[in-house]
Design a protein around this ligand. Structure first.
Ligand SMILES: C[S@@+](CC[C@H](N)C(=O)[O-])C[C@H]1O[C@@H](n2cnc3c(N)ncnc32)[C@H](O)[C@@H]1O
Length: 381
């Protein structure tokens, strides 16, 4: 990704070598949006030049890194890694095309695709221009690729009708759902109608929804997840382990990821301002027509498989976490006196999938891990 980040710097400053001060000014011009995570600025960040600069420098790298981590998660499963041809539809692609992280994955030899077809739907011409430059510069040699951008309105049902015939394997909405809902006022039923035609006679259909890691965006995403499962019979691949209603929502809570990331070096100044750049904070869901799930890729899990949705909370005499487990958020604790050497429990980070072979129920939503429990970390995204 380093080369892409440098190229973005080049695009943002039109080939000139910017000073640290200029970079800082450009990134901070858009800081309101990135502290709230909501793309609701009355100014259009893709039309206004200073905002576009900040957007390219900050949001594009962040989005690409999130999408890359999601593709790597998909590739754990042979149903994806064995695909030779791939068709991706990227709705509201902006300049951070979902295809760019894929290029990096292909170049590293982590996936071998023969044909790639990419369609980006985007209303802003400037974003499409940047997107085209990025594809032309970074497409891997030897890959047969066909791409196009359609400048069209993603809140209009007719846009989807024309796209149905393409039978995309992957449809991705990365940080665009919020704009369709908040700015265009579309509702859940309308969104389900957009997605429905893709699910017909398309057994490999995968829907990826990524949203900012804010309470509002995350809760809306998971409400949408529940509706897509119920109404369109889709099934989660990840982060959820089953299709039960979202456990976080049921607890009036929200679920988000926090994944370690090495940001472009030009962004490290944000640390000194107290803004987080070492972690990617977002919510997402991957849904499929079949029932393949990330847990199929865990080789050693014995007993119960749980996803940790919280940080490990250190308390007097014990540490706790909130696990998503069979459709409930469960308060799971382990007493410090029961810690063993090389304790796997302490290595369970937020987002981690782990298994336990024993537990003691303390109440309906609280369990304790006994000293002789075998804890296995299955996957730490
Ligand atoms: C926050 S950006 C996300 C861009 C990119 N997908 C990412 O993850 O970084 C949202 C994008 O959706 C586009 N968008 C918003 N509403 C749209 C609509 N009704 N039709 C097409 N594109 C739209 C915006 O122009 C913008 O490029």
């Amino acid at each position: 990704m380093r080369e892409i980040f440098n190229f973005l710097l080049n695009i943002a400053f039109k080939g000139k070598n910017p000073s640290k001060q200029e970079i800082r000014k450009a990134v901070l011009s858009i800081s309101d949006i990135f502290t709230t995570g909501e793309f609701l600025s009355p100014l259009n960040y893709l039309k206004d030049d200073p905002l576009l600069k900040g957007y390219i420098l900050y949001f594009v790298p962040v989005s690409l890194a999130k999408i890359e981590s999601i593709f790597l998660e998909l590739l754990k499963h042979p149903i994806f890694s064995s695909l030779q041809d791939l068709k991706i539809l990227d709705i509201g692609c902006g300049p951070s095309l979902a295809i760019l992280p894929l290029f990096e994955i292909l170049k590293r030899g982590q996936w071998h695709l023969e044909h790639l077809r990419y369609i980006g739907i985007e209303q802003e011409e400037k974003a499409i221009e940047v997107g085209e430059r990025l594809i032309e510069n970074f497409k891997p040699e030897g890959l047969s690729i066909k791409y196009e951008f359609i400048q069209s309105d993603a809140s209009d049902f007719r846009t989807y009708l024309d796209l149905k015939a393409i039978k995309p394997d992957i449809v991705i909405f990365s940080n665009s759902l919020g704009e369709l809902f908040d700015k265009r006022g579309i509702d859940t039923d309308t969104f389900l109608n957009f997605i429905k035609p893709f699910t017909y006679k398309n057994p490999n259909f995968t829907l990826i929804l990524i949203e900012p890691g804010t309470r509002k965006a995350s809760m809306r995403l998971h409400q949408m997840r529940d509706s897509l499962i119920e109404e369109l019979e889709l099934y989660p691949y990840s982060p959820c382990l089953n299709s039960l209603p979202c456990s976080a929502l049921r607890a009036n809570n929200w679920c988000y990821e926090e994944r370690r990331w090495i940001a472009p070096s030009y962004l490290t100044f944000l640390n000194s301002l107290g803004l987080q750049v070492n972690y990617l904070k977002f919510s997402y869901v991957i849904l499929r027509k079949d029932k393949v799930n990330i847990k199929d890729t865990f080789s050693e899990g014995e007993g119960e498989i749980i996803k940790n949705t919280s940080h490990l909370l250190n308390e007097k005499g014990k540490s706790r976490l909130w696990g998503c487990w069979k459709g409930e958020l469960i308060d799971i604790e382990k007493l410090k006196r029961d810690f063993s050497e090389e304790e796997p429990w302490l290595k369970i980070r937020k987002g981690c999938y782990f298994s336990i072979d024993k537990y003691i129920s303390l109440s309906a939503k609280k369990v304790r891990i006994p000293p002789d429990c075998n804890i296995k970390i299955l996957f730490q995204p």
